[in-house]
Write a protein that binds this ligand. Structure first.
Ligand code: SF4
Length: 348
């Protein structure tokens, strides 16, 4: 039997069983969303949405075979590949992102791991230092890292490193075969050791079962500390990828995944990430009610379509929500129990 009051008001836990998380996931959606929103507003302002921009700084030709990804060299897609962008181009994209209301700038490179020889990694470090000077929170997603690379990124000013677990350990092999789950966990550990915050989530709608979604949530929950940032992506089906013909998932599964993430990782910022162009305004609003408090803005998310600034601004206005200012953390500390609304939740 779930103790809803403990879930709503208790300290973050790291020891939930898969069964407990499944029971939360399966709650009536009214209870689930209410509980998630109650937990969310203990730590975050209820009316704020943090805006991030994700730029692909090196596109396509990746050696990995992630079944969802148009940038894998294993799949024949229409992605226009390009090498590492010059630092000046990255900085000008970051300035534009800031002008459009983003407080976090993420740089993604389609690498299995950043090259250990040659000038490319130094170029990334230089871009990080320059973007940091703009007052933006810097996030990178560059594939697997060794300890030394993680430290160099941290020293250059990377705030967060994104590395997704994607799905449950059981389903992982159906989606990717060029690496194993433990490789991901090892990189996450190197990120932690270097002192960067962790951005780690997954993708919904890849043909996984409900139990797989819970399995992913269970893995994330057992990372201690929880990832500071948990992106929840809806699969964007891209022609030429092995997952292009997967059946549409019921959107309420996305809402449930987000809500459960918020409840079991209360201090984490849960992000409504890829796939928003496939979602109605109402579905997106429901994800916000379920505790998602961040979106990615701009016309593209790495290589896949995204709603664009105007549409997002209009949606937030209609919903009475506002962006978190650049430089602000948007992270609130616990209010009283009654404030909590209770008496007795790209990619690499
Ligand atoms: S998701 Fe990342 S690691 Fe996987 S194929 Fe795409 S770019 Fe490569």
């Amino acid at each position: 039997m779930l103790d809803l009051e403990q879930l709503a008001l208790g300290e973050p836990r790291y020891d939930m069983t898969r069964e407990e998380i499944q029971a939360i996931y399966d709650l009536p959606i009214t209870t689930l969303v209410y509980l998630a929103q109650s937990v969310h507003r203990r730590y975050y302002a209820a009316d704020e949405i943090q805006m991030s921009t994700l730029l692909s700084i090196k596109t396509g030709g990746c050696k990995e075979n992630c079944g969802y990804c148009p940038q894998s060299a294993h799949h024949a897609t229409n992605v226009a590949s390009h090498g590492l962008l010059p630092v000046a181009d990255i900085v000008s994209a970051a300035k534009e992102a800031k002008d459009n209301g983003s407080s976090r700038f993420c740089m993604g490179a389609a690498w299995r791991n950043p090259p250990k020889k040659g000038p490319q990694f130094d170029q990334v470090l230089e871009a990080v230092r320059e973007v940091r000077k703009l007052g933006l929170e810097v996030c990178t997603t560059l594939g697997m890292l060794d300890e030394d690379q993680a430290h160099q990124l941290a020293d250059a000013g990377v705030h967060a490193y994104n590395h997704n677990l994607d799905t449950s350990p059981e389903y992982y092999g159906d989606i990717i075969s060029t690496r194993v789950y433990q490789d991901r966990l090892d990189t996450l550990q190197n990120v932690r050791k270097a002192g960067m915050t962790v951005c780690c989530g997954g993708i919904v709608g890849m043909g996984e079962t409900k139990e797989d979604r819970v399995g992913l949530l269970h893995q994330l929950h057992h990372l201690a500390p929880h990832p500071e940032s948990v992106p929840v992506n809806l699969l964007v089906k891209v022609e030429g990828t092995p997952l292009a013909d997967k059946e549409e998932i019921d959107i309420f599964e996305m809402v449930r995944t987000i809500a459960t993430a918020c409840i079991i990782m209360p201090t984490s910022r849960v992000r409504l990430s890829a796939g928003r162009t496939q979602m109605s305004d109402e579905a997106q609003a429901m994800c916000f009610m379920a505790g998602a408090s961040s979106i990615f803005t701009g016309d593209k998310l790495l290589t896949t379509p995204n709603p664009g600034e105007d549409r997002d601004r209009a949606l937030l206005k209609r919903l009475g929500l506002k962006p978190v200012e650049a430089g602000a953390t948007g992270h609130h500390h616990a209010h009283s129990a009654s404030d909590a609304g209770v008496s007795s939740q790209a990619v690499h």
